[in-house]
Each structure stands twice: as structure tokens, then as C-alpha cells.
Design a protein around this ligand. Structure first.
Ligand SMILES: C[S@@+](CC[C@H](N)C(=O)[O-])C[C@H]1O[C@@H](n2cnc3c(N)ncnc32)[C@H](O)[C@@H]1O
Length: 279
């Protein structure tokens, strides 16, 4: 573990002791608590070899979540692969907003997630609303495989319909089983010219399609806002995650589509992160 931590530190990574412990636990097929109980026991050669492989990946700045193959979101374990965005704590703000809007936890709400990725938003909502039905689309078939595996692992597979869809194609919303009580989306919203300057974990490893919001970061919102009025039930809601400072522009897009903005939610850093509109 010392060697692993030193290699990670030399690569400019922070929290090296924590990461080294998590990587060793994965290599050993043990929990971090079990590792602590092992104390100074020698690491088997096979485990050390696996650990070396994981450290080499992390030193190249591959995200921890890809090396470990999972990330926790809203207290739930999500499988992740390089085909999906790593679920972010900031995105939990959208779950909080949904819980504040759809108050009855036991109604059979119909929920649509545009750009479902790992499934962290839709599948978390299905665990919070045990009678709800969810539809999730993504333009990436690899991402859909990850989302399907997560739906099954979380026990919500029978209530989650996950399929291909691409909001760049005209009429993209027509084949979806509307109306929905809630439409959620965390679309790609990084300005294209900013991607190269992001942390290496993001810029080099996360799927470009999950990040790239076009020249001004708003391409996906334009397409989504244009389709959403036909998808949301009267009195239904739309919740979108937004990038820092994008609130005014995205609010204007919603208003121009006849969807009045009903709320803004801040993330734990105090940044406006989720915008809600109604129909
Ligand atoms: C920022 S990620 C969000 C993933 C997940 N919902 C989350 O919150 O972690 C955006 C997702 O939108 C998908 N996506 C990008 N462009 C798309 C398009 N034109 N149509 C459908 N999905 C798209 C990406 O593949 C990616 O999974």
C-alpha cells in the first residue's frame, strides 16, 4: 500500500492513502474494513500483481471509478465503465429537487430520463418511488448496457425501459411513450473549447459525448427544450442539471418553449445546479 501511495503521489494525485487502500481492497477482493483487520500481514503475490495493474491505470489519471468499476450515488452502488459519465455528487441535487416536486412517493409516476448514462438519475428515482415507471434513452448503446445492468442490480429492472434515442434527430421524442409526469436530464453542457482544459480524468477518459455541449455548451438544451413540451403531461415537470452560470440562458430557452421556470436548486458548493420548469 505504501508503494501504491507513493506512485500515486508522484503522479500528482491527492488523497493517495485513501485511493491506495481502495485499490488494494479491490485487488484483494476484500472490503477496506477487512484490510484494516489484516494489519501487517503480507500481501499475496497475485494480489500485489493486480494492485500494480490498477495503480498503473490510475497513474495515467484514469478515474478511480473506472478502475474500481463502480461509484456510489445517493447511497446506492452504480456500476460504471468508460462508456458512461462517472456519477457526480452534484447530480444528487436533481434527486433532491424531484423529491421536493413529486411529493407522493407511492403514486405510479411516469418518469423520463434523457441521456440516462449509468442510470444514476432514473434508477435512483425508481428506488425512491417504488410504484413509478421509468423510461431512459441514450445515444450510446454501451451506456445503455451499463444502465441495464444497474437497473437489474438495483432490483428496478422491471420498471425501467431503457432504449436508444438521439435528440439530434428531428422528431426524436415521437416514439417515446408520452406523457410523463417528470422529465429529467443531465445533458452534456461543457463548452467544446473548455474540454481540453479540464482535469485529465475528465478530459482524457470520460466519454466526449457525455461532456460536449457544443460551441456555447447549450446545444443539448436547445434540442431537449424543443421536444419536451410534447412529452410532459399538463401540470408535469422538467428538471435539468445545468453548468455554472448557465441558468439565465437555459431559463430563457424554457420560457420561449412555453415552459415557465418553477425553481432553481443549488449544489453543496452553492452553485445553481438544477433548474425546474413546469408545463
Ligand atoms: C452528462 S451525461 C449524464 C449521464 C447520467 N444521466 C448522469 O447524470 O450521470 C450525458 C448523457 O447523455 C448522452 N447523450 C449525449 N448526446 C446525446 C444525444 N444526442 N441523444 C441522446 N443521448 C445523448 C451521453 O451518452 C451521456 O450518457
Amino acid at each position: 500500500m505504501r508503494d501504491a501511495a507513493a506512485a500515486l503521489a508522484a503522479a500528482g494525485i491527492e488523497n493517495v492513502r485513501l485511493e491506495a487502500r481502495l485499490l488494494l481492497a479491490k485487488a484483494a477482493g476484500a472490503t477496506t474494513e477487512e484490510l484494516i483487520a489484516w494489519g501487517a500481514e503480507e500481501v499475496p503475490v497475485e494480489v500485489a500483481r493486480r494492485l500494480t495493474g490498477y495503480v498503473a491505470r490510475r497513474v495515467r489519471r484514469e478515474p478511480m471509478a473506472y478502475v474500481l468499476g463502480e461509484r456510489e450515488f445517493w447511497g446506492l452502488p452504480f456500476r460504471v465503465s468508460p462508456a458512461v459519465l462517472v456519477p457526480r455528487p452534484d447530480s444528487e441535487t436533481l434527486i433532491e429537487a424531484a423529491l421536493a416536486i413529486l411529493l407522493d412517493r407511492h403514486k405510479p409516476w411516469r418518469i423520463l430520463d434523457l441521456g440516462v448514462g449509468s442510470g444514476c438519475l432514473l434508477l435512483t428515482l425508481l428506488t425512491e418511488y417504488p410504484a413509478a415507471l421509468g423510461v431512459g434513452i441514450d445515444a450510446s448503446s454501451e451506456a445503455l448496457s451499463v444502465a441495464r445492468a444497474n437497473a437489474a442490480a438495483l432490483g428496478v429492472g422491471s420498471r425501467a425501459e431503457l432504449g436508444p434515442g438521439d435528440w439530434r434527430i428531428a422528431g426524436w421524442g415521437r416514439c417515446l411513450p408520452a406523457p410523463f409526469d417528470l422529465v429529467v436530464a443531465n445533458p452534456p453542457y461543457i463548452r467544446r473549447d473548455e474540454i481540453a482544459g479540464l482535469m485529465p480524468e475528465v478530459a482524457r477518459f470520460e466519454p466526449r459525448m457525455a461532456l460536449d455541449g457544443g460551441a456555447d455548451g447549450l446545444d443539448a438544451y436547445r434540442a431537449i427544450v424543443a421536444g419536451v413540451p410534447h412529452l410532459v403531461a399538463p401540470g408535469g415537470h422538467v428538471l435539468v442539471e445545468i453548468g455554472e452560470g448557465q441558468g439565465p440562458d437555459i431559463s430563457a430557452l424554457f420560457r420561449s418553449a412555453g415552459l415557465p421556470v418553477e425553481g432553481h436548486w443549488k449544489d453543496l458548493s452553492g452553485i445553481e445546479r438544477v433548474l425546474g420548469a413546469t408545463h
